[in-house]
Design a protein around this ligand. Sequence first.
Ligand code: FAD
Ligand code: UDP
Length: 379
Amino acid sequence: MFNTIIIGAGYAGLVLAERLASQQNQKVLVIEQRQHIGGNAYDRFDEYGVLIHEYGPHIFHTRSKEVWHYLSQFTEWYYYEHRVLTKIDGKEVPIPFNLNTINEVFPKEMAERIQQKLVSLLGYNVRVPILKLREQGDEDLKFLADYVYDKIFLNYTLKQWGIGPEELDPTVTGRVPLYISRDDRYFQDKYQGLPKFGYTEMFKKMLDHPNIHLMLNTKFQDVMTISESGHMLFGQTFEGHIIYTGSIDELFDYTYGELPYRSLRFEYDTFNVEYKQTVGQLNSPNGYDFTRITEFKHLTGQMHSKTTLAREYPEEYVRGENTPYYPIITEENQEKYKQYKKLADSLTNVHLVGRLAEYKYYDMDAVVAAALKLYNKLK
Ligand code: FAD
Ligand code: UDP
């Protein structure tokens, strides 16, 4: 009856369901363990009527015209550009650390000297990962690198990951480089914005097709089996394609042990004022146990007399107790992932895509791109 089964109704699963159903006229079954679609990008109105992101703040940004135009079929946009402040010695300054930040934290003469050196040695409009900046020979730049590392990266990273910046793959801290520019935005991508009526509304539109059948509240293991010797759905052999977007280690029942993830706990507060913060996100590298506070109305553009904010407390992931939010990208974990990947490659007609299935620190746009790529391969 079904041509394709999709496990997981996050970005990866929804893009593929939409494409296969609408473009290939395939009958698609989407199986989702949660009671809602959207995966970690799910949003909803809280009890005060403020639109919040249930699994952490999500800001859409991409350089990919293809991804932007693809999603634009299902939503209009609220053209939001993310701005983040961080507290250095009690003062709120913009990050990524940029030329404006330098002016705010250093005495005038010193700030000018450092700025000149940055521009002459590294260039203008250049993004320099902090771990790269630390390799600079120049005394002033070495001082700057140590300063930014100590004030912004070290303790935030220890909180967020439970390990230091040097133990993580450099691409992780490289996401927030020093930016030699006066541009205060968190992202410089050409396309930035949030779905005008929320992520969940956009996802609903993607699924709105008679060929798509959605089963919520269902772990795939309860209705099907996937194995080298063949796949079963509702006790019958299934010979179509299976797209799997859950954790790769779970698919193989943790044969090689668990892949480590980092989790988060969110604490929400609602206030009887229109806005609490001047920007959407306030990072707290050195104080408190939380990493950041997000005020959703800045992101969503919602007009409301109240405002809701979320504090994020990183915590260890414990299977069955909390959510696997972030793959922890270290050399050791990548090796374990590769073992699982070999197993996945040996399965017939099973395709793994997405943040959990590929154990990749994917942003939303990268997941959409990966799903579209898989669709092009399958069609
Ligand atoms: P998911 O969204 O995780 O979807 C997988 C789905 O599979 C889930 O719904 C899950 O319940 C389901 N599933 C898993 N196992 C099973 C099973 N056994 N049976 C049935 N169903 C199952 N990206 C950005 O671009 N910008 C941001 O600002 C941003 N902020 C983020 C903040 C946080 C705190 C987090 C955690 C992520 C953030 N991301 C952001 C990344 C973004 O969430 C992901 O790129 C994207 O949601 C991944 O989509 P996915 O489909 O791969 O996975
Ligand atoms: N980071 C940091 N201090 C900050 C912001 C980021 O140390 O103020 C580091 C930290 O290791 C973090 C990584 O850079 O996990 C990536 O940050 P990003 O804001 O991209 O994280 P995400 O939004 O994915 O949680």
